[in-house]
Design a protein around this ligand. Sequence first.
Ligand SMILES: [Zn+2]
Length: 218
Amino acid sequence: METYEDLKFLNYIGWAGVLSLLGFTDEEINECEKADEEATKAALECEKYYFENLPNVKNAITEFKKGFPDEWKNERRVEFLKQRSEEYEQKLAEAQKSYATQFKNDSPYWIRQMSQEKIIRIVNHLKSLKSELRYRQSGKGNGITPDMIIRAKEYPLENLVEANHQKALCPFHDDKNPSMWIKKNFYYCFSCAANGDVIDFVMRRDKLSFQEAVKKLS
Ligand SMILES: [Zn+2]
């Protein structure tokens, strides 16, 4: 099952149809369907258990954390955020590679659309990891406050680039057709993969540090 036609066909006849085409008897197909139903029921039970117990687990973690100094906790959190960011960078690189392959092979539009959405999801997650990381690492006495960071983040990206229907010419590569998407004050270039929030944008375009970009935007 690889091509679009295959998938359409599968959708039309369903799994039971496929099994019967492959020579399975009605009885065997019934067995499969029963097993599938049971697996679904078990999965729902697990989910229910998970959500019922989640608050208890969260409370226990909060209590446990109270026993450690703030600075130590902050360091652990920074370590975690760095590690997660790296993982997501990797995921992003893989997603970009598969998108490029699909683009080259002229895959069906809806497949490429799914890849684009996946890229945007990864990028958004990466954005929140990185902004928390920056916030935790920014420390005191560098001339910027959390309020300034919030204000800077809210500065409209549309004021810095000329966007038409959320698309703009990318300033980070020689762009002829707008390949930079702008959404929720965040940019992603489908050609050169430049991406980030409005602070990243100014840092990169004007070659500024994080602190300088925040000061400029807030
Ligand atoms: Zn670009």
